[in-house]
Design a protein around this ligand. Structure first.
Ligand SMILES: [Fe+2]
Ligand SMILES: [Fe+2]
Length: 246
């Protein structure tokens, strides 16, 4: 039994949004996902997919993408990504009803893995109220966008607290925290997400969303304040699922 994670599958079986233009790593990426996940993940294992599953805008446009995910081995747990328009956070229970026993949608709830609770939410990392030049120097600041970003972070933190609260209420004391967005932006050392990770002493923080060589280092990778941070974007891992817990 093992716990794996992989993010940003960006499937498009029912839409014409090919990912091929984003570089070689995306060429026939669905086939790579199928091959590498089947090779690594067993039926007894758990696979958390950290968001940006489908390009479909409504559920009927995502059916084939979700069916593809269903066919992957193991227990599949899905997190919301910024592109998952089919998933209204307030209607997560409805999705969980419909996909019962096939897929689990993680939002305002938690999933158990051994004696760990898997908690999570989409998160939010505003890539900048600041504008940077090519050398990374700050050349401008947008107060209005900053205020909007703070609102989004606060809403996501509420959802994440609910996930932790329910897991705690059920008696869990060990947690793995999943986010779609990176926990910090490129200028931050800490954020409300790193703070809550430390408050609950989570065993790991797993996130994705960052695409392309130049963005892989946008946030924390490795151990920070004693907590391991794992980036699991599909293109970063060449679509090999990452082992989170053996
Ligand atoms: Fe993505
Ligand atoms: Fe994303």
């Amino acid at each position: 039994m093992a716990l794996y994670a992989l993010g940003d599958l960006h499937l498009s079986f029912q839409t014409d949004k090919s990912m091929d233009k984003f570089g070689k790593v995306w060429k026939n990426h669905e086939r790579k996902i199928e091959k590498y996940v089947s090779r690594t993940v067993g039926q007894e294992d758990t696979l958390v997919l950290t968001g940006d599953h489908s390009w479909g805008r409504k559920l009927p446009e995502c059916r084939e993408d979700l069916a593809f995910i269903e066919r992957l081995p193991g227990r599949k747990i899905l997190l919301r990504g910024n592109h998952d328009m089919f998933w209204d956070a307030k209607k997560t229970e409805r999705l969980n009803e419909e996909f019962k026993g096939r897929l689990f949608f993680l939002q305002n709830n938690f999933a158990a893995y051994q004696d760990y609770a898997l908690v999570g939410t989409k998160g939010y990392t505003f890539e900048g109220p600041f504008y940077l030049d090519r050398r990374g120097r700050i050349v401008g600041w947008d107060r209005e966008r900053e205020a909007q970003a703070e609102k989004l972070v606060a809403r996501e933190m509420e959802r994440l607290r609910e996930s932790f609260r329910r897991a705690g209420e059920a008696g869990y004391r060990k947690f793995i925290l999943f986010l779609h967005y990176p926990p910090t932006n490129i200028l931050e050392q800490t954020s409300p997400f790193t703070e809550i990770a430390e408050e609950y002493g989570v065993s790991a923080v797993v996130y994705s969303h960052c695409h392309g060589e130049s963005r892989f280092g946008d946030s924390i990778r490795g151990t920070f304040h004693g907590i391991p941070y794992l980036l699991v974007s599909g293109d970063y891992l060449n679509f090999h699922p990452a082992l989170v817990l053996p």
